[in-house]
Every structure is written in structure tokens, then in C-alpha cells.
Design a binder for this molecule. Structure first.
Ligand code: PLP
Length: 404
């Protein structure tokens, strides 16, 4: 039973008004709101436990360490990784990808090698690879998309070569909502001897992910997009590969023994976690994952799919409506434009009606160029949105259209 009223009551912010209208929050692709359970976990830790982790013999430090390490186990279970050694805490997807680009690049990429990305990547899964290619004299190759917003799998197969070291692909496009066939992408890459990073920023909040089933070599996601605080995220990597990669940053935690002549590094995952981690945020991330797990990822998926289908149906009836991305097999993200109304105008006027959407290029400039536009309006749904909120969006868009 998906009790939407009870769920909404867990998120105090959903009860507030903006411009004297009830808030309709449809910007979940950018960040999600936080339930009491997550905020309470943070408050509880600061009020009752707070101490630096790993280094202390005293009670609080051990308790904080236990919470931090239990959180790692919660993440492991949530994504079905084999071991907690494969769970590296980072600041978010962006840092996870930068970590990998540096460490993987140091270990495995040399001049003339190729990194394969797709045309629908977020900047955070393009720029770190571009920087790596510049550093190493490697080549960035791009898998194009079809006009319907799906990946050109024929081109993917063609572009994979014996120089391709890594395929970097988003699980779900933050603009088009396209759900990429990542399992197939991994199988094809592996049969070519190539490793794969999946950007899970837009998939983990919406449906269950399973590292052992996907068989990807690396996977990144952000806490704040899955109802956890900002400033925490995860890089998953298969132990066999993480073991072979050099550290990303130097400092405390990541070392075994330091002398001025030579330093040896800590075991996984600590080798990649220099400095004091945000242990309060990791604890709150675990609270968020427990929260969504208690609702059931399959139930969340079903609820959001219903909203997405309903919104697609309703929005497509608006005159001049142009929806980007596939109509089927898409996640809870809808990017659109209406007639020649500028996305910024649409977003600003919807805001005045209390409806929070995102406008602009959504950190996907190359995709905007491919679509021949400068930006879109994007509505993205979370587990607490309702059909009534979709109705408010549709009525709002109609009203704005009428003004132009
Ligand atoms: N990848 C995708 C597909 C995203 O949608 C985002 C954020 O919008 C990111 C990566 C970057 O996430 P963060 O800013 O949390 O590091």
C-alpha cells in the first residue's frame, strides 16, 4: 500500500507555500526534498554522537565509526555490491567520476587510447574524461543518439575499438529520461575487453539497481538526489579494479604508513577516502536508503511511472507542445518546450504559480546542440508527487501558453 498522504507528511517542506500558493515541487532531478527520518538522523548524530571516525579510542568515536561503517553496509546492500570494500564515499556523482577519471587514467590510459562517452551525458560525465584525454593524449569518442532520444547501439558497437579503455554512460538521461540498456552496454564492452562506468545519478532514486546483475565495473550516484543530504555520494567499483588503481587524494585515512621517504596506502575502500569523511551525511544517506527501501523501490517505480505516463498524456495535448526523449521506456523526467516560448519565461511564470521546474541546458550542452535548442523546461518527479500536481503543471503550462 503506497500511502501518499503519509509519505508527504514525512517531508515538511511539501506543506509550505510560495507566492501564497501551495508548493508543487517538480525539480527532483536537480535535488530531492528530505524526509524527517533523514534530518532526524543528522540531528541525532550531532546532538548525541558526534566525534571523528576511525581514529579515536573513546566511546563517541567508536559509535560514530560504527554508524559510518554500518552506512557503508547499507549502501552495499542497497546496490547489491559484493563487498563493502567496493563502496567508496565521495561528495557525489561528480566527485566519484573525477576520482575515477584521475585514478583510472593514471593506471590504464596512455596516448592514443580511447574513452567512449555518449551524446546524452551530463557535463560531469564528459569534462573529467576530456581533462584526462588532454593530460594523457587520449581520444574522447562519442556515441550519438537517434532522433527519438535513444542511444545508437549500432554506432556504439562500431565505435568500440581495441583502443577503448572505458565506456562512460549514464543509466538514465537527466534531460530525455531515456533509460539506457546498460546491461547490454556492459556485455558488449566486456566482450571487447573494455570496462564500463555507469552514471547512476538519475537511476538510483527511481528504481532498484543491482551491481552484480548489471556487472558494470564502476557506478556513481549522489545522495542528495535520493532524499539524502547534499555533499555525500558513492563510487562503486569492482574490487579487482579498485585494487589496481592508485589513490586520488593524499592525506589522513588513506595511508598505512608514512615516512618522508615512502608512504604505503591503506586497504580498500579507505585508500580512496583521504581526510575526515562527512560521517554525519553517510549516516543520513543510510537513513534515506532505509526510507526508500521501506517504501519499496518497486512501489516507488510504479508510482512514478504512473505519474510520468499521466503527465506525458496530459502535456502532449497542449497545443505547440514538444516533448523531448522517447515516449516509452523513460524515467520520471519530462523535458519540453511550447511553441516558441522561451524555457526561461515558461519556468519563471510557472514559478509564480508555485510550480518549481528547472529550465536551461541541464548541464548537457552537447545534447542541447544535438537537439538544436538552447534549453528546455524540465519537470522531474519524486516519490511524493501526485497526479494533482501533474494537473497543476498542465494547467500552469496552458495558462502560460495563453499569455503568449
Ligand atoms: N549525472 C547526471 C545524469 C546528473 O543528472 C547529475 C546531476 O544533475 C550529475 C551527474 C551530477 O551530480 P552531482 O551534481 O550530484 O555530482
Amino acid at each position: 500500500m503506497y500511502d501518499i498522504t503519509a509519505i508527504r507528511n514525512d517531508f515538511p517542506i511539501l506543506g509550505r507555500e510560495v507566492y501564497k500558493r501551495p508548493l508543487v515541487y517538480l525539480d527532483n532531478g536537480a535535488t530531492t526534498q528530505k524526509p524527517r527520518q533523514v534530518v532526524d538522523a543528522m540531528v541525532d548524530e550531532y546532538y548525541n554522537v558526534n566525534a571523528n571516525v576511525h581514529r579515536g579510542v573513546h566511546f563517541l568515536s567508536q559509535q560514530a565509526t560504527d554508524l559510518h561503517e554500518q552506512s557503508r553496509e547499507t549502501v552495499r546492500r542497497f546496490i547489491n555490491a559484493q563487498s563493502t570494500s567496493e563502496i567508496i564515499f565521495t561528495r557525489g556523482t561528480t566527485e566519484s567520476i573525477n576520482l575515477l577519471a584521475f585514478s583510472f587514467g593514471e593506471a590504464f590510459v596512455k596516448a592514443g587510447d580511447e574513452i567512449l562517452v555518449t551524446e546524452m551525458e551530463h557535463h560531469s560525465n564528459i569534462v573529467p574524461w576530456q581533462m584526462l584525454c588532454e593530460r594523457k593524449g587520449a581520444v574522447l569518442k562519442v556515441v550519438p543518439i537517434s532522433d527519438d532520444g535513444t542511444l545508437r547501439m549500432d554506432e556504439y558497437r562500431r565505435l568500440l575499438s581495441d583502443r577503448t579503455r572505458l565506456v562512460c554512460c549514464t543509466h538514465v538521461s537527466n534531460v530525455l529520461g531515456t533509460v539506457n540498456p546498460v546491461k547490454e552496454i556492459v556485455e558488449i564492452a566486456h566482450s571487447n575487453g573494455t570496462l564500463v562506468l555507469i552514471d547512476g545519478a538519475q537511476s538510483t532514486p527511481h528504481f532498484a539497481v543491482d551491481m552484480q546483475d548489471l556487472d558494470c565495473d564502476f557506478f556513481a550516484f549522489s545522495g542528495h538526489k535520493i532524499y539524502a543530504p547534499t555533499g555525500v555520494g558513492v563510487l562503486y567499483g569492482k574490487e579487482e579494479w579498485l585494487d589496481k588503481l592508485p589513490p586520488y587524494q593524499g592525506g589522513g585515512e588513506m595511508i598505512q604508513k608514512v615516512t618522508f621517504e615512502h608512504t604505503t596506502y591503506n586497504a580498500l575502500p579507505y585508500k580512496f577516502e583521504a581526510g575526515t569523511p562527512d560521517y554525519v551525511a553517510t549516516h543520513a544517506l543510510a537513513a534515506a536508503l532505509d526510507y526508500v527501501s521501506s517504501l519499496g523501490m518497486d512501489n516507488i517505480f510504479a508510482h512514478e511511472q504512473d505519474l510520468t505516463r499521466y503527465a506525458l498524456e496530459q502535456l502532449s495535448q497542449i497545443e505547440g507542445m514538444r516533448i523531448f526523449g522517447p515516449m516509452d521506456g523513460r524515467d520520471a523526467v519530462i523535458s519540453f518546450l511550447v511553441g516558441d516560448i522561451h524555457h526561461l519565461d515558461m519556468g519563471t511564470l510557472l514559478d509564480r504559480l508555485g510550480i518549481a521546474v528547472r529550465t536551461g541546458h541541464h548541464c548537457a550542452d552537447p545534447l542541447m546542440s544535438r537537439l538544436g535548442i538552447t534549453g528546455t523546461v524540465r519537470a522531474s518527479f519524486g516519490l511524493y508527487n501526485t497526479r494533482e500536481e501533474v494537473d497543476a503543471l498542465v494547467a500552469g503550462v496552458e495558462r502560460v501558453r495563453g499569455m503568449f
